[in-house]
Each structure stands twice: as structure tokens, then as C-alpha cells.
Design a protein around this ligand. Structure first.
Ligand SMILES: [Zn+2]
Length: 101
């Protein structure tokens, strides 16, 4: 069973969570001044990344809170989870390896 680490509750089974789409989508500052295409892109256009993707998740059958996660879409592995408003951490797999002497 896949375990997801809720930043508020700790590790829980994946059945307690619901995917909430791509993370870090910024609402345009003044929607009235957006073109129809810009507004449509904000509402509907999402990345379809093969690899590490920032996603929003909700712990629906737990604390009920939203949080963000870095998930590798090729392996379905969660690399990190973090609270809304926090900067995404750099996953260990993305950090450069240190040379061993
Ligand atoms: Zn939780």
C-alpha cells in the first residue's frame, strides 16, 4: 500500500487522500484585464509532466487540509510533501551527488 506523508498528520494510506491537481497555479491579479486566452489558460491549462511534478493533495479522510507534494509521475513515488505557502523542497534525487574521495 502506498503511504503518503501528510505534513500535518504523518504517513497515512493513500486511500485517505484525494489528488487536487497541479500546485502553484497563480490567479491573475486583475481578471478583468486578462484576455480570454489568458483566463482560459489559468482555468484549464495544466502541465503534463513526465517526471517530478508539484501537485496539490487533500487529506480528506484525515485532517481535511490541503498540502503540496512533489511526485515522480513515472514511478508514482512521493519525493516530498510540504504545507501550502511553503517553497517546494529540493528532492534528494534532484540534488547533485557529492564526489567521494
Ligand atoms: Zn492530515
Amino acid at each position: 500500500m502506498l503511504l503518503i506523508n501528510c505534513p500535518y498528520c504523518g504517513e497515512r494510506p493513500e486511500l485517505e487522500f484525494v489528488h487536487g491537481g497541479q500546485a502553484h497555479i497563480a490567479r491573475p491579479g486583475s481578471p478583468a484585464e486578462c484576455s480570454d486566452q489568458q483566463w482560459a489558460d489559468y482555468l484549464y491549462r495544466r502541465d503534463n509532466i513526465k517526471g517530478v511534478h508539484a501537485e496539490r493533495w487533500r487529506h480528506t479522510h484525515g485532517c481535511g487540509r490541503f498540502f503540496n507534494a512533489l511526485r515522480d509521475t513515472t514511478s508514482d513515488q512521493f519525493l516530498a510533501t510540504y504545507k501550502i505557502g511553503e517553497q517546494p523542497p529540493v528532492p534528494a534525487q534532484a540534488q547533485p551527488r557529492k564526489a567521494t574521495a
